[in-house]
Design a protein. Structure first.
Length: 114
């Protein structure tokens, strides 16, 4: 198997990773996106889990705290925890409820081409 291919799904690592990084760099400050939305925008609509793997090792200058699940919920695996993710979102003007979900998720959701 080539070094640029991911397991059984045969997804090119570099292509997906680079596209995810580029999309995250375009994410507006007052918006969130989902793992699935990013995967679809990157051209791999069934690669949401791969996007999560990429996010966990991605460059720290990208706004990974604005990446949430399909229901607007904060990431259980966020490196500093959901409390930290919620605080970072608040700094961007994005409010979460006591159940760790983005308030007004659909209005805050960034889906430029979907």
């Amino acid at each position: 198997m080539s070094a640029n291919v991911m397991g059984d799904n045969q997804l090119p690592i570099a292509s997906l990773r680079d596209r995810v990084y580029a999309l995250m760099s375009e994410l507006p400050n007052d918006k969130v996106t989902t793992y699935g939305d990013l995967a679809a925008l990157a051209g791999y609509p069934y690669a949401a889990r791969r996007v999560g793997e990429i996010a966990h090792g991605g460059p720290t200058n990208l706004p990974w705290h604005r990446l949430v699940n399909a229901k607007g919920g904060l990431a259980i695996g966020f490196p500093e925890g959901r409390v930290a993710q919620k605080q970072l979102l608040a700094q961007d003007g994005i409010v979460c409820d006591e159940r760790w979900h983005v308030i007004e998720f659909e209005e805050r959701r960034w889906r430029p081409e979907l």
